[in-house]
Design a protein around this ligand. Sequence first.
Ligand code: FHN
Length: 417
Amino acid sequence: MKTKNQEWFKDAKYGLFIHWGLYSILAGEYKGQKTDRIAEWIENFLDIPVEEYEKLAEQFNPTQFDADAFVKRAKEQWGMQYIVLTAKHHEGFAMYDSKVSDFNVVKATPYGKDILKQLQLACEKYGVRMGFYYSQAQDWDDPNGFMQHRDNSKKDFQKYLDEKCKPQVKELLENYGKICLIWFDTPMGITVDQTQELIDLVKSIQPDCLLSGRTGNHMGDYMTTGDNFIPRLPYDGYDGYWEIPATVNDTWGYNKYDTNWKSADHIISLLLKIVSRGGNYLLNVGPTADGVVPEACVEILNKVGKYVTENGEAIYGTKIMPIYPYDIPGIEFTRREHKLYVHVLSPRIRVELLNIGNQVSKAYILSTGQELTYRVQRSCEGDGMIEVDIPKELHGKKNYCVCLELVEEDPIFEPIK
Ligand code: FHN
């Protein structure tokens, strides 16, 4: 059972993931060699010696990073309800003022400022919840941290856990105000007991702090899907607390060669699928070493944000959908009590819904309140049917939401006979 103070997560629906670290400097390329894998793994995949990698810190100087503008945009323009930043990724570098390890942004870089503190102040100012990503098992800088694709059998993982991981997690929970969640990742060989130690530590300092589905041994507070993997059906496990970490292109950390951006239309439809199936979409940006989000990504998120902010009522705090028996191209549904939201993502002159048995008391365009004419009837075959006329000025347009006010509390979808 979740505490009252954790319920925000179920309603949030859309959050911002930020993968930012020393890998952003390499941007997918080391000494002329490009990585065709996710950019934050470059140290691992291109086998960069630790001493070499550590030297990158001397170049980290993100003078263009503006936490205030970053958070303001995420909240107001993109419609995101929470932000999760990599406090320490697998590379082992702390993006904050850590007393536990000097391999951190304050001690080891010319920039010398605490990124997390700046983010905290901005999140508090704009009322955005803040969580931290922390790689609890993999630490490629610590001799006893795990490293995927290498022999870890001689490592004293407990030593790493006691001397780096837990003390750093404690710092995160004690020095940055209220942390909405810790996003542990890639638990690898962490044992049940070690996972419990981490959980106990977090809950002893901040009992309401949620733990991601990758805390270890499936002992987290919610379910985290595989990266970019969307459950095909509505999912109500974990009391409906779940989240999809996802990318806009194919990498998490910045890669200057990765221009495989999803379109804004595609992201809007993914968001609506996730929301209707009951989950949260944690969508990632990978800032450059200067501290800015690539312009192509900003443009996409601005377009998505326009839809999200104009139709927030049909997204935040909505309930998991029952299964509608048909897949209608360009249509997604979300709902709350007595309301069915029909998201129209491709142009049409009429919305026709078959096998629906509800009575409708009102139909309108959600963002403007413009009322629509509609008919509730039975098809020639005897199936429930609702038809809504789309006004002329919207013919040829896409990405708007029709709200159907229902007499009944829930949608009544009829099976195909
Ligand atoms: O290895 C990480 C990867 O770098 C990234 O942080 C993603 C985000 O979900 N998690 C791991 C892979 O699943």
